[in-house]
Ligand binder design. Structure first.
Ligand SMILES: Cc1cc2nc3c(=O)[nH]c(=O)nc-3n(C[C@H](O)[C@H](O)[C@H](O)COP(=O)(O)OP(=O)(O)OC[C@H]3O[C@@H](n4cnc5c(N)ncnc54)[C@H](O)[C@@H]3O)c2cc1C
Ligand code: SF4
Length: 499
């Protein structure tokens, strides 16, 4: 523990961000950097408590050694902090930017005071490591002669490939898209995670020996029989990309879109041509309604604001969250409290209010005489909290037409969208998710494994990394009879029973 009185002396300073109004004028990263002295003080706030709840689920799912690197940053031993960080995390530059930081919800200091700003410190360590040239390709000394096919280049597939390559297996990542990264590339917008940050990591992995094949839809361009014949093990990491739709009257009106069609098109056009090709949905001067919250909804708001929309409203059936953790959200789990994500901050700065409206039930997309959406018909709901903590909604009969030239549906995902390879391999699935036990990742089919959103359902990047690392260990053990690869939760009963 660097400074025993640090948590008393220094207040929390959250992740540094550029001014919301300034950042709306570009598509660059929203973050700025704290000076080194501030970071050291923030590291000194860590109490190095006897049981670091931050460090394992329900804190950090990959078991990041948080108190250790907090202390090393405070002591100005940044390179050692980097070495500790990469013991558990293949991609701290992704999580340091866009992880929702369950570690901070579980921070012991957070019981009485604002928690340690763990995520900022993680990001600062890895950014410095790249600047100073400490991050180098890692090539194995010996090759095992075993070949592993990884289907899907999202964080689960990438983490597994990185781990398997490090122990000498030949890892080939297949991706049906034209660019690598999964939702890191074509889901999360550029201002949250610049694509050069994703490309930099993939290039390092390439230099380390991982093979990549893009524009290859496995199941179509490469059959299940070919995979089974050519590879010693197969990892399915295809995500959960089947979008949930909202099939209300007027769904076929022009201007009503799935959120992912909007977000993917904008990022692709930005990367391909800096928007010169015009191949994206443009919210300029339009009234925009986003249905559904979460990261996807927030990213639609941030994108529409950057395009210069006339208005943006994010409607959700849910009730507004309480301002602080309540008795139904006990520590060390998620706080469940109201907070402004980056795009809500931007909406507030630009239009003077948080763009979210709660207790709104969508009823109908209302069209004009040219077949274009012109409004969203809604009914207001009232929410009541029941004694057991659950919320119950009541319809009020109060209806309105909210002006809308564009409506983006962002109400979640219902499982994988790649039935061909799943059927042809014969792996069992339930409600769109491929079945495998957490910690083992083995499907019902010999030598076929599954990890990430495709197994657990739409989740978080840090969970995809956790599952990719865990699956790599299981695959290594399957191939070699034992494994020395680290895996999250390895000291818990669950993972130790998985070997
Ligand atoms: C808009 C949006 C914003 C998000 N923001 C955040 C955030 O801020 N923080 C956070 O922690 N999480 C966020 N998430 C969630 C996070 O991105 C996912 O949980 C994570 O990417 C899942 O990783 P994965 O590797 O399992 O799958 P994915 O990232 O979905 O990657 C799966 C890949 O498999 C490919 N694939 C599928 N089938 C085939 C096939 N047959 N052949 C070849 N390739 C195939 C797909 O093209 C895709 O590239 C966000 C999600 C969305 C949609
Ligand atoms: S990966 Fe996420 S949960 Fe883990 S330390 Fe980083 S911000 Fe916290």
């Amino acid at each position: 523990m660097g400074k025993p009185t640090g948590f008393i002396e220094y207040p929390r300073q959250s992740m540094a961000k550029r001014d919301p109004l300034l950042r709306l004028s570009d598509w660059y990263e929203i973050y700025s950097h704290h000076p080194e002295a501030t970071l050291k003080q923030q590291g000194a706030r860590c109490m190095d408590c006897g049981v670091p709840f931050c460090q394992a689920d329900p804190g950090c799912p990959i078991d990041n050694l948080i108190p250790e690197w907090n202390d090393l940053v405070y002591r100005d031993r940044w390179e050692e902090a980097y070495e500790r960080l990469i013991k558990t995390n293949n991609f701290p530059e992704f999580t340091g930017r866009i992880c929702p930081a369950p570690c901070e919800d579980a921070c012991v200091l957070g019981i009485a005071d604002p928690p340690v700003t763990i995520k900022s410190i993680e990001c600062a360590i890895i950014d410095r490591a790249f600047e100073r040239g400490w991050v180098r390709p890692v090539t194995p000394e010996h090759r095992s002669g075993k070949k592993v096919a990884i289907i899907g280049s999202g964080p689960a597939g990438l983490a597994a490939a990185d781990q398997l390559n490090q122990v000498g297996h030949e890892a080939t990542v297949f991706e049906r898209d034209d660019r690598l990264g999964g939702l890191l590339m074509y889901g999360v917008p550029n201002m949250k995670l610049e694509k050069k940050v994703v490309d930099r990591r993939i290039e390092l992995m390439r230099q380390s020996g991982v093979r990549f094949r893009t524009n290859c839809d496995v199941g179509v361009d490469l059959t299940a029989e070919q995979l089974m014949a050519e590879y010693d093990a197969i990892l399915l990491a295809c995500g959960a990309l089947r979008h949930r739709d909202m099939d209300l009257p007027g769904r076929d009106l022009a201007g009503v879109h799935l959120a992912m069609d909007y977000l993917t098109g904008v990022t692709r056009s930005l990367l391909d041509s800096q928007f010169a090709d015009g191949r994206f949905i443009d919210a300029r001067d339009k009234n925009v309604i986003v249905i559904g919250g979460g990261d996807t909804g927030a990213d639609c708001i941030g994108t529409a604001l950057r395009q210069g929309c006339k208005s943006v409203l994010n409607i959700t059936r849910r009730q507004r969250e309480p301002d602080y953790r309540d008795e139904f959200h006990p520590w060390p789990g998620p706080t469940g409290a109201y907070f402004l994500d980056y795009s809500h901050e931007e909406g507030k700065a630009h239009f003077g209010r948080d763009p979210r409206e709660y207790g709104v039930l969508p009823l109908e997309y209302v069209g004009d005489d040219r077949g274009r959406v012109r409004a969203m018909r809604i009914e207001r709901l009232e929410w009541e909290r029941m004694p057991d903590g659950r919320w119950k909604s009541h319809r009020t009969g109060i209806r309105e037409d909210l002006p809308a030239d564009l409506v983006f549906i962002s109400i979640g995902f219902t499982g994988h969208d790649t039935p061909r390879i799943v059927n042809d391999l014969g792996v069992k699935e339930e409600s769109g998710l491929v079945e495998a036990e957490y910690g083992r990742y083995a499907t019902n089919v010999e030598k076929v494994f599954v990890a990430g959103d495709m197994r657990r359902g739409a989740s978080l990047i840090v969970w995809a990394i956790a599952e990719g690392r865990g699956a790599a260990r299981s695959i290594d053990k399957y191939l070699m009879g034992h494994s020395n690869l680290p895996s999250p939760g390895i000291t818990t009963q669950l993972a130790s029973s998985a070997g």
